[in-house]
Design a protein around this ligand. Sequence first.
Ligand SMILES: C[S@@+](CC[C@H](N)C(=O)[O-])C[C@H]1O[C@@H](n2cnc3c(N)ncnc32)[C@H](O)[C@@H]1O
Length: 370
Amino acid sequence: MIGVPMLNNGFKSQFCLVIALLIAIIVVKDDKLQSLAFSFDSTNTVSVSAGRHCVNSVCCRCPYRRNRNWSVLFVANDGVSASSSTSIMTAFHTVQGVICREVTNELPVIGTVVVLEATADAQEELVDECLELEEEKNEGDGTQKMRIAEGDPYGAVLWPAAWAVSNYLLSEPDLRDNLSSLSILELGTGTGLVSIAAAMGGAKRVLATDYEPLALELTRYVADNIKSNSNNNKDDVPLSKRIETQLLDLCALEEQPLPISGIDIVIASDIMYEPKTGIAMAHRAVEALRQNCRVIVGDSPGRPGRPAFLKTLRELGVDESVDFEETIGKTCSGPRHDLICGKDSTSVSETPQNLSVALLDLKPCMLLTT
Ligand SMILES: C[S@@+](CC[C@H](N)C(=O)[O-])C[C@H]1O[C@@H](n2cnc3c(N)ncnc32)[C@H](O)[C@@H]1O
């Protein structure tokens, strides 16, 4: 890390851009370096760091990727973009060593909500780590198929059902009008959009869970650090205090009962990408219904766990007539690794588009057996 003495504010952005360009030229010649970061500390000193990862709150970054265009991104500490050599401008953060970009979502009542997604390079590293872990376990069968267990990278990006479930919580009259008296438990929270939206919408308590520590770190980071996620609660409790996080494997049915004490609603979005999570989710839904909770599940088109979920739900005594209904969701528009989201996936588009997402709203009375 190189410290550069205090600068006159008027020259700061130009100076940084020149430095960024100079160092970018050096980086292009050194394919061991993958990123550069510029940050301002409290004494107004600008620091330049280079390497695979930067320390928390990267403010200004010049990523270099082999065989691809490079860009200089300049974002001040408060998240305000200053200047850039390209049309792309965004703020980057490093959470648990993973470089993430901000993703903005527009939702009713609360407006803009920012969450963090792993960048394309960071997704590549997460996928590699996941494949390595799988290979260690299975002694590698040479295929490039992820069997998901430890190091699940899917929660490092946003999925379409998260927007749909958040929208439902904030616009369905009996939920929207009573949110301040409701406590919510989310399963498989991923980037945390639903939990953050519920908390910003004024939910009494939100408990975000996932079996991947990174997902919980992303949610925690966003709740604690992203200032633009305004807190419009009447009682002025800061967002960071409204959200709790907890590791929970939804498939560990025997070992980890749902932390359901005081919870009114259990929510889950886009977690049924394997039949086994579909089956586990049905058991979790019934576990919650038995304890008088409402259960809301969002699912993007074509997920393989959905038929298994519905079949198990019926076997466990939920009314046969209960089924998903189509609702409005949004495609996601950030970069996606091919092994996280296949090339032909309908979940991703260059700019967000409307996408039909399936939603199931289960109430305790729909459980016919006890
Ligand atoms: C496709 S992502 C969806 C994330 C988020 N809900 C969304 O809609 O953007 C699936 C999430 O479920 C989590 N997950 C998968 N299997 C799980 C399990 N057995 N227990 C808990 N979380 C799980 C993953 O870690 C990931 O965060």
